[in-house]
Design a protein around this ligand. Structure first.
Ligand SMILES: [Cu+2]
Length: 138
């Protein structure tokens, strides 16, 4: 930012100022790309920052929401069952397995190893969800 101000105030570079908008656009590009990555698909919150290491998945009407989340290693995910019948959170690859959760019961699991963790409800196997664990970019 100070660079732009200096350029503007320096007479011998001033007639080069038509390049300024282009340079500003180049600076904005990484932000545009980052936004584009977050938009598509069901993969909900973007990779959590280091400070944001807790995520909640709501269970309601036989649906895990968000259905698929992407988190940084070390993130603790808490599932909360809002239905009035029991559900479980059961990893397909057995990384974690909750007991049946009654209404408003919670289950927590801390993900330390990067990977993709599919899970389902052992009582209603059509209920599925996923956790993608990957290091934050940069
Ligand atoms: Cu269930």
């Amino acid at each position: 930012m100070t660079n732009f101000a200096e350029i503007k105030n320096t007479p011998h570079v001033r007639n080069d100022s038509q390049h300024l908008p282009r340079r500003a656009m180049v600076r904005a590009l990484p932000i545009v790309f980052a936004t584009a990555f977050v938009m598509p698909g069901v993969i909900a919150p973007l990779p959590a920052s280091a400070a944001d290491n807790a995520v909640t998945v709501e269970i309601s009407n036989f649906v895990y929401s968000p259905k698929v989340i992407t988190v940084a290693p070390g993130t603790t995910v808490t599932w909360v069952n809002h239905d009035d019948i029991p559900h479980t959170v059961t990893a397909t690859e057995e990384a974690f397995r909750s007991p049946p959760l009654d209404t408003e019961d919670t289950f927590k699991f801390t993900f330390t190893t990067p990977g993709e963790y599919a899970y389902f409800c052992a009582l209603h196997p059509q209920m599925t969800g996923g956790v993608v664990v990957k290091p934050a970019a940069g």
